[in-house]
Design a protein around this ligand. Structure first.
Ligand code: PLP
Length: 411
């Protein structure tokens, strides 16, 4: 699957690699990739819940700090459990290198700010998760980094936004919560023509459904809090990139600024990865069935789901993604009032702004995740007063359909 998975990460304290892993198929990688057993031979990966490391001598410590000797130095830099998670993520993505981060936002912030400097320019899709948009339109300009927001679905808009100082392109696909699909290959080609890097936030699809590097993305970010944990327990994130990017930019940025992944969370995420494809595929099947069941209901202006032919970019979605994902976006005819009534009337689906969870969740982006934006900017980004984001979990889809129909019938 990957061209690059034989390479080493070149990082200090890298775990011992199983050279066979490069030949394993995806499911084997997600269960066994990166596992590095201690002298006790534990079956499941060990949790190394420690901040520091001891050295046999002052000379050894000096050699490790100088980079002349391999081994761990401090868990802000690297940790055996975190390294196992990073190694497994690299194998799943087909990336040369990875860094685990404390949250998905730590991943996005680090990927952008480790590379961009005052005077540079970033082009990003307008439809972004609220905090991702904050990084681009508020934080970057504070440090002299220019930005342009474009309609990510329009390839020409990406091209037209290019300036002589454009260094990065950033997008989500499918986007949160509009489910806009961006043509990763087309945008990667535009970026590479001007030697810019393409960063893709792949939180919605997960590496099960979409591996952006196969379409030319240079850097992939995850909120591991979402599908990767998938059980509402821990925060986490990951940046995947070339060895060169991690060595020259990301590694040192993270080492000095400290958005590191906790070993406890890395351990939880390692356990989650073992079942990632089973969970994500089942959630997609459930979401597809629910999207079909809701499609002809009169209360909805649109039922957006990338797996349905009615999604305006269904063909592109199916070219890049193996299945439609676990998120359905509903635009209710009756605006905010009706959206609130529908959400409040649900008895199985919980109201929560998390997503990618085994439990189905619903939220109203305009008053939660995208509240920060002005109404006009929200509408321009495809978030209306009647928009609801529905994250489908692992319950029986028939129970979820009945729950939604009972809430609709009482409106
Ligand atoms: C949730 C989310 C994030 C942020 O992840 P956290 O783990 O909550 O920090 C970033 N991007 C997208 C697309 C998300 O859905």
């Amino acid at each position: 699957m990957s061209k690059n998975n034989n390479k080493t990460t070149g990082k200090k304290g890298a775990v011992g690699k199983n050279p066979d892993a490069a030949n394993w198929r995806w499911a084997t990688r997600q269960v066994r990739g990166g596992t590095n057993r201690s002298q006790f031979g534990e079956t499941s990966e060990a949790m190394y819940l420690n901040s520091g490391y001891v050295y046999t001598s002052a000379e050894e410590a000096a050699a490790r700090f100088a980079g002349d000797s391999d081994g761990f130095v401090y868990s802000r830099f690297s940790n055996p459990t975190v390294s196992m998670f990073e190694e497994r993520m690299m194998l799943l993505e087909g990336a040369e290198a990875a860094r685990g981060t404390a949250t998905g936002m730590a991943a996005v912030t680090s990927a952008l700010l480790c590379y961009l400097s005052a005077g540079d320019h970033i082009v990003a899709a307008r439809a972004l998760f609220g905090s991702c948009r904050y990084i681009v339109d508020t934080l970057c300009p504070r440090f002299g980094i220019e930005f342009t927001l474009v309609d990510g679905r329009d390839n020409q808009a990406w091209q037209d936004a290019v300036r002589p100082n454009t260094k990065m392109f950033f997008l989500e696909t499918p986007a949160n919560p509009t489910l806009d699909i961006v043509d990763i290959k087309a945008v990667a080609d535009i970026a590479h023509n001007i030697d810019a890097l393409l960063v893709v936030d792949n939180a919605f699809a997960s590496p099960v459904l979409q591996r952006p590097m196969e379409y030319g993305a240079d850097i992939v970010c995850y909120s591991a809090t979402k599908n990767i944990d998938g059980q509402g327990r821990v925060l986490g994130g990951c940046v995947l990139a070339s060895e060169e990017f991690v060595e020259e930019y990301l590694g040192n940025f993270m080492r000095q600024t400290g958005p590191s992944l906790s070993p406890f969370n890395a351990w939880t995420l390692l356990k989650s990865l073992e079942t990632l494809d089973l969970r994500v595929r089942q959630m997609c099947c459930n979401a597809q069935a629910i999207a079909i069941a809701l499609s002809d209901n009169d209360h909805f202006e649109t039922v957006l789901y990338p797996g349905l032919p009615s999604h305006p970019q269904h063909d592109l979605a199916m070219k890049q993604m193996e299945m439609g994902g676990s998120i359905i976006t509903l635009h209710m005819k009756g605006g905010k009032e009706e959206a609130f009534r529908f959400a409040n009337g649900l008895s199985i689906v919980d109201y929560s702004n998390n997503l990618g969870d085994a439990k189905s969740l619903i939220c109203h982006p305009a008053t939660t995740t995208h509240q920060r934006l002005e109404e006009e900017m929200r509408i321009e980004s495809g978030i209306y007063p009647g928009t609801l984001r529905l994250s489908i979990g692992l319950e029986d889809p028939q129970d979820l359909i009945e729950d939604m129909l009972q809430s609709l019938s009482r409106m």
